[in-house]
Design a protein around this ligand. Structure first.
Ligand code: ARG
Length: 456
């Protein structure tokens, strides 16, 4: 028996049944679907549309169904086209006619909008806590390796010396913004559409505010057509997941690079590495490659949903059913990736001597220019002079610190004997003591602020 069978006489085409079937993927909404129905049943009772007895039997029926799903005992019937019809069909089997009252003034249009919102609320919270776990791992590694020096890169070319902990913490802040984005998205997601009906609203005077409060939603929709139409909250969540995936891909790429034997600044734990079936020496950073690779599907899901939404006519259209697999896939993928990456970060072993070995005096060229600036030379001119110093060292095939002061004085009279103090990497790092800089004191302060963000 179909929910909407009244006006039909013939059978539905078999292929059409499969085409229309969303139960195979939207069954994962069962808990939120039932949660929404429990709240709606109370609201119907409050306006006298359900007797106390009917409410009690609806409540217990819904409870049984939830239990059946939880324990894997729910049996689908091939007439069930989606989770909503499946629950209602089963409810009718369990409690009889009272089940038919649950849909008073409610449509699957406001129901599915509610389910998706409740689902997103849960998953947003889960993602927030996974991000926090990862952020804790980043802080722990930054603290454990606070003062190790390494080359910092721009254009992937050696640029200036930095602290390893500074590099690690840079990701903390990316994930911190992602976390803020999620918490912000939550406000727009926790808005109840119940009472919108199919599109026009409810004639039964149900207390929409009360339902929302019962469902932990902070607000209700101000327009019933908007309530059933939009999936902007899905797109917003997907954007944030995409941004997380992009940040992770960036972290993954750095780790792939830094664990390459040519760098070997660090090594990820064996638990997260794999070998090669052919080359016995290999220790591959598969975890990071997969994390980087999965960014593609997360971003595609965002596009998938935006494209589904584009150009739809007002209110509910079945196209909207296509929001689910994209969302579920991105949620599953991101949750898995976040858990893996936190594990990888915890497993990292750092090799400070290798990082140190790759620091070169050329990375202090800017510090030489800064020295001239401190001696009154305008920066542009200082930059030019240091260029000449580097050319001189290259021509003579000596290192920068080997150039005698007398030779430096041919380039600028401002060079003094104390110029050699520049060739000290920790000095260069320590001088970058502006807020957010790489100086050990600044990084310590940064870590303190980060801990505060996590309420540590
Ligand atoms: N399975 C549908 C979906 O996911 C539920 C809403 C169906 N509404 C309707 N009027 N046919 O969007």
């Amino acid at each position: 028996m179909k929910l909407w069978g009244g006006r039909f006489t013939g059978e539905q085409n078999e292929l059409m049944k499969q085409f229309n079937d969303s139960f195979k993927f939207d069954r994962r909404l069962y808990a939120v679907d039932i949660q929404g129905s429990q709240a709606y049943a109370s609201a119907l009772h409050a306006v006298g549309l359900l007797s106390a007895q009917e409410l009690a039997s609806l409540r217990s029926g819904l409870h049984i169904i939830k239990d059946e799903f939880d324990t894997g005992k729910f049996e689908r019937n091939f007439g069930d086209e989606d989770i909503h019809t499946a629950v209602e069909r089963r409810l009718t089997e369990l409690i009889g006619d009272a089940a038919g009252k649950l849909h008073t003034g409610r449509s699957r249009n406001d129901q599915v909008a509610l389910d998706m919102r409740l689902y997103c609320m849960n998953e947003i919270s889960k993602t927030v806590s996974l991000l926090e776990t990862l952020q804790h791992s980043l802080i722990a590694q930054a603290e454990a390796n606070l003062s190790f020096m390494m080359p910092g890169f721009t254009h992937l070319q050696p640029a200036q010396p930095i602290l390893f902990s500074h590099w690690m913490m840079s990701f903390f802040w990316m994930f911190e913004r992602d976390r803020a984005r999620l918490n912000d998205a939550l406000k727009r997601t926790a808005v109840s559409p119940l009472g919108a009906g199919a599109l026009a609203g409810s004639p039964f005077g149900i207390d929409r505010e009360k339902i929302a409060a019962e469902l932990g939603m902070a607000a209700i929709f101000m327009n019933s057509m908007d309530a059933v139409s939009d999936r902007d909250f899905v797109a917003e969540f997907l954007f944030t997941l995409s941004m997380i995936a992009v940040h992770i891909s960036h972290l993954a790429e750095d780790i792939v690079l830094f664990s390459n034997p040519a760098f070997k600044y660090l090594q990820i734990g064996e638990a997260f590495s794999t070998g090669s079936s052919l080359m016995p020496q290999k220790r591959n950073p598969d975890a990071m490659e997969l994390a980087r690779g999965k960014t593609g599907r997360v971003i595609s899901s965002l596009f998938n949903v935006l494209i589904v939404l584009k150009g739809l006519p007002s209110t509910y259209n079945k196209d909207l059913q296509e929001d689910k697999q994209a969302l579920f896939d991105s949620v599953d993928t991101t949750e898995m990736v976040l858990s893996i990456i936190a594990g990888v970060i915890n497993s990292i072993e750092v090799f400070p001597e290798n990082m140190l070995a790759q620091l070169t005096e050329e990375m202090l060229a800017t510090d030489i220019a800064d020295y001239l600036v401190e001696h009154g030379v305008p920066f542009r001119e200082a930059h030019q002079k240091v260029g000449e110093v580097i050319k001189f060292a290259e021509e003579k095939d000596i290192s920068l610190s080997e150039i005698p002061v007398s030779a430096l004085n041919h380039i600028s009279s401002k060079f003094d004997a104390d110029v050699h103090k520049i060739f000290d990497f920790m000095r260069a790092i320590s001088k970058k003591d502006s807020v957010g800089g790489t100086a050990p004191q600044a990084v310590k302060k940064q870590i303190e602020m980060a801990k505060e963000k996590l309420g540590m």
